[in-house]
Ligand binder design. Structure first.
Ligand SMILES: [Zn+2]
Length: 133
């Protein structure tokens, strides 16, 4: 899928600029959190990331991936809850993969029924740990 490539590209772009700004030589360790909300394919993402790093000449010695659970917080009543994406239909997961905001059309607060909630955790890709030499 194309989406994993776009996410990997954004991450590599960030790394490149970050390395430049602090004069880093290489990345010794990188831990990347993959939010479950967007059902990111780990194999495709990992492949894309490796390829793009090579293309951009960014050396990363160790890459680790960690799945990040989904956590929502209701803006109306303050309730927080976790969700297992497997409870949703395939087509809904597909929609959310490409447009995370779509989650608001399919899910509501289990306590007050509001669709006004935020995604506290589990969205997109983020760096959990980075060691630069
Ligand atoms: Zn609520």
């Amino acid at each position: 899928m194309v989406h994993e490539w776009a996410l990997a590209e954004a991450l590599v772009e960030y790394l490149k600029n970050h390395m430049k700004s602090i004069n880093g030589k290489y990345v010794e360790k990188l831990v990347v959190g993959l939010g479950k909300l967007q059902s990111i394919d780990r194999e495709i993402f990992s492949f894309a990331l490796t390829e793009l790093l090579k293309q951009e000449g960014v050396v990363v010695n160790n890459i680790e991936f960690v799945d990040e659970d989904i956590l929502f917080k209701c803006r109306r009543c303050g309730y927080t809850w976790r969700m297992n994406l497997d409870e949703l239909d395939e087509w809904i997961k597909e929609s959310i993969h490409f447009v995370p905001e779509a989650v608001h059309s399919f899910i509501k607060c289990p306590r007050c029924g509001s669709r006004d909630f935020e995604v506290v955790k589990g969205r997109g890709v983020r760096i959990l740990e980075i060691v630069i030499k």
